[in-house]
Design a protein around this ligand. Structure first.
Ligand code: XMP
Length: 514
């Protein structure tokens, strides 16, 4: 991103490092996360307008801890140290860090010296902040001044007297620090002098230029899943190179109702993108015959997908590049220092392609978070139905038909799922929910319809709220919505006589049932 002002975040392993990036990007300022040990000369060459040192799980007194290159203090680039970032600066500059007194939770911060970081805050009004640290700074380094305190910390923030370095012991990036976004906006605008120029539109312009430069006149293929990431990646690459792009959509027969038609309509008619649809349903269903173990289902689907995709891609002779919808959280995972942020992982992605395919990769979304991808999709005129949709797992309905999967059971689930989603949408609740879907259970239950006894399928409904899929809460539907969904499914889907609502959180349950 050469055209926008940018901030560099040095990561020391905090679980909140990604949130720092989110807060800064929400201000329309581009930022990137790099390992905390990045050398000062490389940092200078990257030309950040400011540097944030993240928190981290370590103590500066632990052996082999990641520390910033002290050379960064001489670059004359503004630095904000957060929590461990503050302790690391104190430690390197001669302050006193006290080891081992834990503080975790809400604290009241009092500003004792005006500072541009706290512009808009009043000295006599305590500020609620979130603390999460084992060590703390007890004395600022020589040449630094304390700017804030809490009931328990006599140094909750300090700044250098003659250099643009400012630090806080709390986490302004978390929601529990209600005015934390003002702290980041004070840093990036007030202290670093950034302009808020990083938008979906500017991202698209830059990307189009980069994609053209990368692929030249070569042919490019893109595997579409129907999900947000691959759709936006394809639309973006198409904006850059038009008909040099061919998309391949593998219909594995495990899709939701009308999904294939939606993809065909959107890509062929709406966007005018060349699209090859491979109907491989039979092949996948054969592979799944008699398989009820979830991981084995995933393995077989993954393998078959690779085989089918490879075959289809061979037909596109001369294609040199492959588009992938890799997102920034995947990239961060591979570059972060060891610590909690390195261990938070995205789900194993069935539908992923092997590394040894002969293509060079085009990954135009590598710098974006999910909601930024959605905004880019909207800017590229993808329909809201596509950019705002809930995540859908690569193995599709195969892990939602519990136990054996066959065409008949898939058909029952598809119908129930479609009614459920339709009612959620018409109640205006779709966007409040992270993911909602129906599951077909491998049991039958007794019921009564008219005058006769039935012995039929049970459908479970799942809906959760979540920030990232790592943890989730079940969604508290209004009872009338549940009532409508239940009676419609039982009345309209032959073979179902009972509907249950799943009220388990993750953890200990997972979002999917398999
Ligand atoms: P769980 O069930 O582990 O799911 O709580 C977390 C998120 O990951 C999705 N998921 C998958 N996505 N391939 C995928 O591409 C898979 O095998 C898979 N399994 C679960 C799930 O839908 C949720 O969004």
């Amino acid at each position: 991103m050469e055209t926008s002002d940018r901030i560099l975040i040095l990561d020391y392993g905090s679980q909140f490092t990604q949130l720092i990036a989110r807060r800064i990007r929400e201000q329309r300022v581009y930022c990137e996360i790099q390992p905390g040990t990045m050398k000062a000369d490389r940092i200078a060459a990257w030309k950040p307008k400011g540097i944030v040192l993240s928190g981290g799980p370590n103590s500066v007194y632990d052996p082999d801890v990641p520390l910033p290159d002290p050379g960064i203090f001489d670059l004359d680039i503004p630095i904000l140290g957060v929590c461990y970032g503050m302790q690391a600066i104190a430690h390197l500059c001669g302050g006193k860090v006290i080891h081992g007194i834990r503080e975790y939770g809400r604290a009241e911060l009092r500003i004792i010296k005006d500072d541009p970081l706290f512009a808009g805050f009043h000295r006599d009004e305590p500020i609620t902040v979130w603390a999460s640290h084992g060590d703390h700074v007890d004395e600022p380094p020589p040449g630094f001044t304390t700017i804030a305190v809490t009931e328990t910390l006599r140094v909750a923030g300090f700044r250098a007297n003659t250099r643009p370095i400012v630090c806080v012991q709390f986490h302004p990036e978390v929601a529990h620090t209600p005015r934390g976004d003002e702290v980041y906006s004070n840093f990036v605008f007030g202290i670093c002098g950034c302009e808020p120029t990083w938008t979906a539109g500017s991202f698209i312009n830059d990307s189009v230029a980069r994609i053209r430069q990368q692929v030249g006149n070569s042919q490019v293929i893109c595997g579409l899943s129907g999900g947000v990431d691959s759709s936006v990646a394809a639309a973006l690459v198409h904006r850059a190179i038009g008909d040099q792009l061919t998309c391949i959509f593998v219909d594995h027969g495990l899709l939701r109702q009308n999904e294939r038609e939606t993809v065909e309509r959107t890509f062929r008619q709406h966007l005018g993108i060349k699209l090859i649809v491979i109907d491989a349903a039979k092949q996948f269903l054969e592979k799944l015959q008699g398989i009820d173990e979830p991981e084995e289902k995933r393995r077989r689907i993954g393998e078959t997908f690779i085989r089918v995709f490879e075959q289809a891609s061979h037909q596109e002779q001369g294609a040199r590049f492959l588009v992938q919808g890799t997102l920034y959280p995947d990239v961060i995972e591979s570059i972060s220092v060891k610590g909690p942020s390195a261990t938070i992982k995205t789900h194993h992605n069935v539908g992923g392609l092997p590394k040894d395919m002969k293509f060079e990769l085009v990954e135009p979304l590598r710098e974006l978070f999910k909601d930024e991808v959605r905004n880019v999709g909207r800017e590229l005129a993808l329909p809201e139905e596509m950019v705002g949709r809930h995540p859908f797992p690569g193995p599709g309905l195969a892990i939602r038909v519990l136990g054996d999967v066959d065409e008949e059971r898939l058909h029952v689930l598809r119908k129930a799922d479609a009614i459920y989603l339709e009612e959620i949408r018409s109640a205006g609740l779709y966007d409040d929910i992270w993911q909602a879907f129906a599951v077909l259970l491998p049991v039958r239950s007794v019921g009564v319809m008219g005058d006769s006894r039935t012995y039929e399928n049970v459908v479970a409904l799942r809906a959760v709220t979540s920030r990232d899929g790592m943890t989730a809460d079940w969604y508290p539907f209004p009872h009338d919505v549940l009532a409508r969904v239940s009676s419609r499914i039982i009345n309209e889907v032959p073979g179902v006589n009972r509907v249950c609502y799943d009220i388990s959180s993750k953890p200990p349950a997972t979002i999917e049932w398999e």
